[in-house]
Write a new protein. Sequence first.
Length: 176
Amino acid sequence: MEGMFFSSATTLIRTLVVGVLAYVSLVLLLRVSGRRTLSKMNAFDLVVTVALGSTFATILLSREVSLAQGVLALASLIALQYAVTWSSVRVAWVRKLVTGEPALLFYRGRFLGEALRKARVAEAEVRAAVRASGSASLEGIEAVVLETDGSFSVISAAAGGGRSALAGVKVPGAGE
C-alpha cells in the first residue's frame, strides 16, 4: 500500500517539471510540423495521434525515460508522419497504402450488401448517417460513402449536371 497515493515530493516535482517541459516541446513541435500532424483524415493519422499521446504519457510517468529521450521520440513520430503524408500527396501507391479507399455503401436507392459486409457496417448505421445529415428519406439521397477516416458522407441527389462528389469512389456499373 505504501506509495499508492504518494511516493515522494521528488517524484511529484519531477512529474510537474518534466510535464511542463514536455508539453511545451510538444506544442512547439506541432507548430513547426503544421496542422496536418493532428488531423483525423484517415486511420494512419489516428494512429499517430494516439502514439503521440502514449509517448507523452510515458515521458510524464516513467522515470526510465529522460525528457531528452521523450522529446526525441515525439520529434521522431512527427517527422515520420510528415514524411508519410508528404509522400502520400506525391505518390499514388503510398496514398493508397496509407489512406485506403472510400467505400460506397448506398447508391441510387439501394444498399450495396457486399460493400456493407466488407466494411462491417449495418444498414441501420447508414440510415442513421442519413438522418444525421438532415434527410428524412432515402429517396433524395444519391449515395452514402464510408470515408477513409471512418465518417459517413451523405450525398444528396444532384439537381444539375455538375461535377459529381463521387469522383474517386468506385461506383457499381460506372467502369471506375
